[in-house]
Structures are given as C-alpha cells and as structure tokens.
Design a protein around this ligand. Sequence first.
Ligand SMILES: *Cc1c(COP(=O)(O)O)cnc(C)c1O
Length: 389
Amino acid sequence: LKSNFVESLVHAVSNSLTDASEFIPLHEPRMGELEKEFVSSCVQSTFVSSVGKYVDRFEQEIAGYTSAKYAVAVVNGTAALHISLILAGVKKDNEVLVPSLTFAATANAVCYAGAIPHFLDSEEETFGICPTQLDNYLSDTCDIQNEVCINKKTGRQITAIIPVHIFGHPCKIEEILEVAKKYKLEVVEDAAESLGSFYKGKHTGTFGKLGTISFNGNKIITTGGGGMIITDDEELAQQAKHLTTTAKVPHKWEYVHDQVGYNYRMPNLNAAFGCAQLKQLPKFLQSKRDLYERYSEQLSGLNGIRLLKEPAECSSNYWLQTIVLDEPDEELRNIILTALNESGLMSRPAWTGLHKLEHFKECPKMDIKVVNSLGKRIINIPSSSFLCE
Ligand SMILES: *Cc1c(COP(=O)(O)O)cnc(C)c1O
C-alpha cells in the first residue's frame, strides 16, 4: 500500500513538470540576455566594485517594488540581518526571539551581534511564529521592568524578535507585531525568502523596524550573492549605509572611521545582475504560482498529504513548493524523499530545527512541539520558476 502511494506521489510530481526527463534541481536560478547586457555594461563602466550606478539603481528599484522608503544593498542576507539587529539596538548578552524552523543564518546573525537566540515554535498554517502561543509564552516567561523585557529564568533582556516568512509564505505578521509591542520588542523581519510576497497587500519585510532580503543563488531572484536592508526610517537607512561601508566618515581624501564598521557593501557587478533579475520578477512569480496549481491538481487525489498554500489574505511568491504529510511519519517521509531523488526530482526535508543543533542546544527555548512534528512531515519539491512552462 505504501509503495503504491509513493509511486503515485512521484508520478504526480513528475506529471506536473513540462519536461521531467532530466535531473530536476530543487531550485535553479534563471537568467538570460538582460543579465549579460547589464553585467557587460557594468564591466565597460569599470565600476565593478562597491560603488556604482547599478547599486543605487537596485536599491531604488527594491524600495520601489516593496514600497519601503529606503533600501541598502549588502553582500548577503545574513549580513543584512546582522546590521539590522545592531540597528534595532541588540546588544551583547541580550536574547533575540527566533523561530526554530528557519535557515541557520537567522540565528547565526543573532550570535554575530553578541546576543543569544531564544527559540520559538511555529504554527501549522503558515509555518511562521504563532502569535497566540507567543503571547502566552512571553506572559509566563518575561517581566517588563523599566520598559524592557526581561527573561525571568535567565535574567537577560529580550530585545528583539525575528519573524521569518518561511518558504515565501507570509507569517501572521500583524498579530506578531501586536505581541512584540506589548512586550517592548523590536521587530526585524527576515524576508530573505519572500521577495514578491504580500501580507494584506503590503510587502513582507516592511512591517518591522527593519526588514531583510536575500539574493542568494537559490532565492526567487539572485545577484549571485547579495542582500538588502529595507526600512521606512531615514536615520536607520543612513546608519545601515554607514555601518556597511566600514563606518568611514565621508571625505574627499581623509580616512576617518567613527566606529568599528563592516565591509558589507554589495558590489556593482552583482547589483547589475540584480537589476536584470528584478525586471523578470513578475514573470517568475506567475510561473511559480502556475507550478503550485499544477502540483495541486496532480496531488489532489492523494490522501494523507497536503500542499502548502498561501495563507488567507496573503499573496505568496511560492518560493519553495512544499508537501506536508498529515502525520509525523519519518519513515514514510524518507521513503518518499528517496523515491523522488532517485527519480531525478531533487527534494529535501525541512532544515533541522535550530534548537536541536549542537551549538544551540543550551539556548533558551519554548516547548517546540509543532516544529518537531513538521520536521518529520515537510518535503520540499522542485520549485524553479520555469518548470511548468
Ligand atoms: C537565505 C536565507 C538567509 C540568508 O541569506 P544569505 O543571502 O544566504 O546570507 C537568511 N534567512 C533565511 C530564512 C534564508 O532563507
């Protein structure tokens, strides 16, 4: 029975794709003549490094697309998070609330800022932080003293929270903001995976004090490697530019730095690539939505699984397509993963819950029930935007 089910599932995934005769990677970047044209013009300009017109243009265009007032281009999404946490006021030995179900970079950036990740569970619908569970947990765990949130168990200040829009699906960001406000927490939004995803018509990453985007090779658009900090606060945007530019005080010839800064700027070459990619984002979004529809149709006959769908009142970029088993059955999950990968359909499970990683084992955490269950139920299937064209 199991093997029939697995066979049908592999068949359904394969049937959804226009050409599944070759090996299909999980997520491939997609590029063409425009990328060549822009990068070549960048080379001709000789401004290939950290300043240039493509950096300015890419920043303006991302700000325009997301309706954030300001955007600051950086080397990658992790650096964007690092700087955003510093600017949100995260200090050494503070705690920062982070979902356990996310890519390691979210928690790593907290450590770069000298702080300690404090892990949260997720909810079934969006895979993001559950606002209700968060409120209950914080009311048990924290005290507000002199307008700051103190973890009663560790005595440390909890400064910020990083909601993540997992696989591109918007989390319940408005409700999370409410809870964050109640407990005096700054919000840095990790929108690394969710360029093109909107919550009630507002772009993800624009709800928190600062938001971050990644343009890594596996994201919906890429700059090779790259990231962006977005914010509506002019002063924070200026500080982000300053801190990522080695904190050098602008001057025609003097080299004076007013603090320890970072060399985190995005090179113009990468920004040129990004400008070309951004032009194609609407096409990528449509293709990914079409792919979801195909998978959805093909998989609809199978019991015991569902396909992760954009939450109500949201528009998702469908960055990674996700099959979710109804029951936490690790053995079945592994059989499916093996069958898909052996058929040339690259698939993978969710990231290991961060609270389980050796170096994060001692970190404070809530009861991580849902993430532990989802860990045995999530299967990401081929998601490149051109797969059903
Ligand atoms: C990709 C990703 C990052 C990090 O971005 P990089 O550009 O790879 O540094 C951070 N958070 C999440 C959720 C991501 O998926």
